[in-house]
Structures are given as C-alpha cells and as structure tokens.
Design a protein around this ligand. Sequence first.
Ligand SMILES: Nc1ncnc2c1ncn2[C@@H]1O[C@H](COP(=O)(O)OP(=O)(O)OP(=O)(O)O)[C@@H](O)[C@H]1O
Ligand SMILES: [Mg+2]
Length: 281
Amino acid sequence: MFGLRFAARRLRTNWLRNMNFRMSRRRRIFEGQAKDLFEGPEPGTLVQYFKDDASAHNSLKKGTVTGKGVLNNRISEYLMSKLNDIGVPTHFMRRLNMREQLIRQVEIIPIRVVVRNVAAGTFAKRLGIPEGTQLPRSIVEFFLKNDELNNPMITEEHITAFGWANPYELDEMMAHTLRVNDYMTGLFLGIGVRLVDFRLEFGRLWDQDEMRIVLADEITPDNCRLWDIKTNEKLDLDRFSEGLGKVEEAYQEIARRLGILPETGGDPSPTPFKRTAINER
Ligand SMILES: Nc1ncnc2c1ncn2[C@@H]1O[C@H](COP(=O)(O)OP(=O)(O)OP(=O)(O)O)[C@@H](O)[C@H]1O
Ligand SMILES: [Mg+2]
C-alpha cells in the first residue's frame, strides 16, 4: 500500500518535471492581443496559441471572452483547411490541441486586406452609408498594419511606392482574396449567415529560391462580420465591441452551424439565437 502511494507520487513528480521541461523549452516569439506565437517543433514552423482576450476600437476596449480561444482555434482550422482544399495556399498545417495549431512561419506583409460585401463599421461611417446596405459589388480595401498609427487606410500606390509589397505580390493577394470571398460567402450562406466583411493577412513563404504568397493569421469571428441571414443578429466580435452581450454564445453558434462544435448528445443546450429554416435541416 505504502509502496504504491510512493510510486504514484514519484510518477507525478516525473510527469510535472517533464511538463515543466517541455513548457520552458518553448520560446515565445510574439505576444499579440488575441494570439501568442511560439517556436514550432521544426524550423520554419510556429505554434499559434489562441487566447480568450478580446480588444476593440483600436485596443481602447479590452476584455476576455471565456472560451473564445478554443472556438477560434477550431473555426480557423476549419476554414483554412477548406481553403487549402480549394487551392488557396495557407499557413495552416494542423491543430495540435484545444488552443494551439501548427503553422508555417511566414514573413508577414504589413497590410490588412479587407473585403466589404455589406456596409458596416468604419466603412459605413466613413462614407455615410447606412449599416446593412448591400454593396453593388464586393469592395477590397487596404490598411497598413500599424497600431500606433491606428492602422490607416492605404491604396495600392502606397503599397508599391513604399515597397510593402510588389505588384506581383499585390496581384497574388488580390486573386487569393477574391477566391476566399467567393468561397466563404457561399459557405456561410449555406448555414444561414451573411458574410458582411472580413480582414485577411498574407505572408511570404520561401521554399529555397521560390517564394509563394500564402494566407496567414486567422479566419474567425474576430476578423469577420457575420450576421444571421434572417434576423441580422450579429454573431461576431461586434457583440463585444458594441457591448451586446452573449459574445461566447455567438462564437459557439457559428461553430455549431459549421458542424464543428462537439455535440454533447442528449439534450442540446438551448441556443440564445433564433434558428433560421436553413439551420433546422
Ligand atoms: N504564419 C505566420 N508567421 C508569422 N507571423 C504570423 C503568422 N500568422 C500570423 N502571424 C502574426 O502573428 C500575430 C498574431 O497575433 P495577434 O493577431 O494576436 O496580434 P495582434 O495583437 O492582433 O497584432 P497585429 O496588429 O500584428 O495583428 C500577428 O502579428 C500576425 O501578423
Ligand atoms: Mg491580429
């Protein structure tokens, strides 16, 4: 009896030591607002860790949304895998656990590519277009990735003049972006969600002398505006930014409709959002 307890304690101590070793060996490369980046197991790889931290209005509003990191890890895995499948190159390799995914390290192009399908947010304010107006066609905008300057809007002229990307890289980014918009608009429509707008980041991936432009960062309700098609209810980070409440529930609802929320079996917990006819199928 005593021997058994002793063995169990020794096992636990060894396990803890092992864990500590593994944790301390991992070098954190970047601490972001929503994600941390760690050195990956192989050269050229990184581990992306999704946190519950939320920020809005250029970081003026900060908080946490319990479970957001876990859901975003899953949602980004799902969408990036689908995009990989249709031939859009991405940094995603595989999900490692609840909060982490393995990605290819890229040289991030310091530009945010934003696609607008419906007027919302700063776009609606800037141009005086009522929020919710369907745009005559999808509009692509560029913003410089620079928090200190509040990520100012820029044009292709700025991008090529200052060498943030060359014309070939810009072409590649545009082509990928339009494919992502076409594919994701349809995918979300199929689950009763309107893809209002979204923000992408791209990076340079080197393979010996060859360079490819690949989709990087994340695709989640943190950087997509997603509205229920019937009720126009917001199912994204705006629930946090605008203090609408039920933020985690909204992210869960997106994951549930995508079919990636593990069902608990038996009694499904009641969703706080009305289900559209499409969801009932
Ligand atoms: N494959 C990748 N290789 C290298 N860096 C990446 C990759 N994917 C994403 N990143 C970078 O990792 C960071 C992710 O962290 P997070 O999104 O939380 O940052 P942030 O605080 O929002 O700051 P930022 O304004 O730079 O996005 C971003 O700076 C993003 O550009
Ligand atoms: Mg970011």
